[in-house]
Design a protein around this ligand. Structure first.
Ligand code: NAP
Length: 318
């Protein structure tokens, strides 16, 4: 495609939101270009967070559940079937000040040009920011049980967090580890009841409440986790070979900070459906949703963004 080509729509990101937007815009004959991202050392990868998960049990239409990577591969196949151009590239800079918009990627010095853009860059795992964490990441410390759990066969692991992610990680890790302790900063878990019941029934999983991680200790790999009891203030060094951080996510919006209106947590603000503060730029999925953050709601908002783009392009042609 020539450098001066102006795309009707460029989609940034290849999670459920981006691929659903691609299926709809491709079927609407808009010939979408989807930039799927690139694998990175910090766990980013095309397909988004579902690539790091195991069984997805709550995506409607799969009564027996479906593996996250399989769901993403199906969505990608469906987007390709209708003519989506999927490119493995990372967005490095955008300029939304003028239409057509400019998008620079990791694979070319020249920007792509687009009449409309759908941002579906998702969110990524938050880390604890305690001493030892950066140094021991990949050496006993991880934010992805499905990626690294296998390395902890018959070992003692800890999981930090009290939400669905933490309990999902704990359940997965219990297949390998000798024991899994969930460390949560409050007395009540935030996770859904069904996940709580499942974890409580698992004989390998135990819980440490009102506890925070203060430091991760180890020479070349994790040896101890320094944990403080919030009520008594006492600290204890707990021996562990693995520590998995599952404390939530932050949106991938660094590139859009000075271009679009964001909320106080950095999520893109949308109005009238998926419209951002710039007409012609739309946002879908976790990048604009700090509340629901489900695969199905992301896919739903990807569909909305595609329909909003169709309307926008029709009205701007008049
Ligand atoms: P979440 O629901 O926001 O839970 C984050 C947990 O981490 C909370 O318990 C929070 O404690 C704790 N936390 C946050 N910052 C912390 C810190 N600095 N130190 C220690 N603990 C900290 O996030 P999530 O579990 O990733 O889930 C996000 C969304 O995805 C939810 O809507 C969830 O239902 C969904 N999800 C669903 C499934 C499933 O259905 N299979 C699986 C995974 C995720 P507080 O409780 O004190 O705030």
């Amino acid at each position: 495609m020539s450098e001066t080509h102006i795309h009707d729509v460029v989609i940034l990101g290849s999670g459920p939101a981006g691929l659903t937007a691609a299926i709809y815009t491709a079927r609407g004959n808009l010939k979408p270009l989807l930039l799927e991202g690139e694998p990175s050392s910090t766990g980013d990868q095309p397909g988004g967070q579902l690539m790091l998960t195991t069984e997805v049990e709550n995506f409607p239409g799969f009564p027996q559940g479906i593996l996250g990577p399989e769901l993403m591969s199906n969505l990608k196949e469906q987007a390709l079937r209708f003519g989506t151009n999927i490119t493995t590239a990372k967005v490095v800079k955008v300029d939304f000040s003028d239409s057509p918009f400019s998008i620079w990627t990791s694979v070319s010095d020249n920007p792509l040009r687009a009449r409309s853009v759908i941002i579906s860059t998702g969110a990524q795992a938050l880390m604890l920011n305690v001493a030892g964490e950066d140094r021991l990441l990949g050496h006993g410390v991880s934010a992805c049980a499905t990626c690294d759990g296998f390395f902890f066969r018959d070992q003692k692991v800890l999981v930090v967090g009290g939400g669905d992610s933490a309990l999902e990680e704990a359940g997965f890790l219990s297949k390998f580890a000798s024991s899994v302790t969930v460390i949560h900063r409050r007395k009540e878990l935030r996770a859904s009841k069904i996940m709580q019941e499942r974890a409580m029934k698992n004989p390998k999983i135990s819980f440490l409440y009102n506890a925070v991680v203060k430091e991760l200790v180890g020479k070349d790999k994790l040896e101890f986790v320094r944990i403080q009891d919030i009520e008594t203030g006492l600290t204890e060094d707990v021996e562990a070979q693995g520590l998995f951080v599952a404390i939530g996510h932050a949106p991938n919006t660094e590139l859009f900070k000075n271009q679009l209106e964001l909320d106080d947590k950095g999520y893109i603000l949308t109005r009238n459906g998926t419209q951002t503060s710039i007409p012609g730029v739309f946002a879908a999925g976790d990048v604009q949703d700090s509340k629901y953050r489900q695969a199905i709601t992301a896919a739903g908002s990807g569909c909305m963004a595609a329909l909003d783009v169709e309307k926008y392009l029709e009205s701007s042609e008049k």
